[in-house]
Design a protein around this ligand. Structure first.
Ligand SMILES: NC(=O)c1ccc[n+]([C@@H]2O[C@H](COP(=O)([O-])OP(=O)(O)OC[C@H]3O[C@@H](n4cnc5c(N)ncnc54)[C@H](OP(=O)(O)O)[C@@H]3O)[C@@H](O)[C@H]2O)c1
Length: 243
């Protein structure tokens, strides 16, 4: 069974996506218990017990806890696979913390819960591809690209949710009922993603096909540009990378 160290938001999303019984250790009262009640498996009282039992260990605690957790369990991970989902923690630091394990650096995202996730795996971690493909798409990228990839896949679900919220709020202010506005926007989001894919990733072609000269789309786009949409995304990415 896969062993989870930490049963927070990302661990829960992945575990639900995989849909299989799990071994879990998490000091927060009730969190590991809730996950096991939902999926089956077993709650372990501490990380050492978990590391003894699990063949593959998923590090799903906060990045700052890497060294503390490794001090407890590293000696028990010789020959085992340790998969990290820790944001901003590079392979070198993982290998230093778990010198005798097969270490894999990944960054997943929360849509993994509904098996529409995206996971980035740092080169060298190909052994984990099959596991993460069960919950969505997998991109194996050079380690140097993992952090920047986070801005378009790992933090991006929050951006998309915020954009949806903003668009729906604006429509509600203009008189559309919220449930209808939400359904329409979400269906449009999913449909547009598929259309852009069908056009080979050509966002400009899709945008142009909606934008007639002097028309309402052109007026709307001009306002988004005037209010700094591109700068906002550029600054957001810089902020994500600034650890
Ligand atoms: N959320 C995302 O979308 C996302 C995406 C990609 C990667 N990640 C990465 O996933 C990791 C977890 O993020 P999250 O958003 O799921 O955070 P989270 O909800 O705070 O979950 C972390 C869990 O680990 C527990 N924990 C703390 N110390 C521990 C220890 N020593 N041993 C075992 N468990 C411990 C925490 O308990 P307490 O609350 O009691 O501290 C909490 O339940 C982070 O490293 C993050 O960078 C997250």
């Amino acid at each position: 069974m896969l062993g989870f160290i930490g049963a927070g938001n990302m661990a829960t999303a992945l575990a639900r996506g995989w849909g299989r019984p799990v071994l879990v250790a998490d000091p927060a009262p009730g969190r590991a218990e809730r996950l096991v009640a939902e999926l089956g498996g077993e709650v372990l009282d501490d990380n050492v017990l978990l590391a003894r039992r699990a063949e593959t260990i998923l590090l799903a605690h906060k990045p700052e806890q890497l060294e503390t957790v490794a001090a407890e369990i590293a000696p028990l991970t010789a020959g085992k696979t340790v998969i990290s989902i820790l944001g901003g923690v590079g392979v070198a630091r993982l290998e230093a913390a778990y010198p005798d394990a097969n270490v894999v650096r990944t960054i997943p995202n929360t849509p993994s819960e509904v098996r529409r996730g995206v996971t980035c795996i740092a080169e060298g971690g190909e052994s984990a591809v099959e596991l993460f493909e069960q919950v969505g798409r997998v991109f194996v990228v050079p380690e140097s690209q993992v952090d920047v990839a986070m801005s378009v896949m790992s933090v991006a679900p929050a951006y998309v949710a915020l954009v949806a919220e903003a668009a729906v709020d604006a429509a509600v202010q203009a008189g559309l009922p919220a449930p209808q506005a939400t359904d329409m926007f979400l269906a449009t989001l999913a449909g547009t993603a598929e259309l852009i894919e069908a056009r080979g990733g050509d966002t400009l072609a899709v945008r142009r096909s909606v934008t007639s000269p002097g028309g309402s789309t052109a007026r709307g786009l001009a306002e988004l540009e005037r209010h700094g949409l591109r700068t906002a995304f550029a600054e957001a990415t810089r902020a994500v990378l600034r650890r």
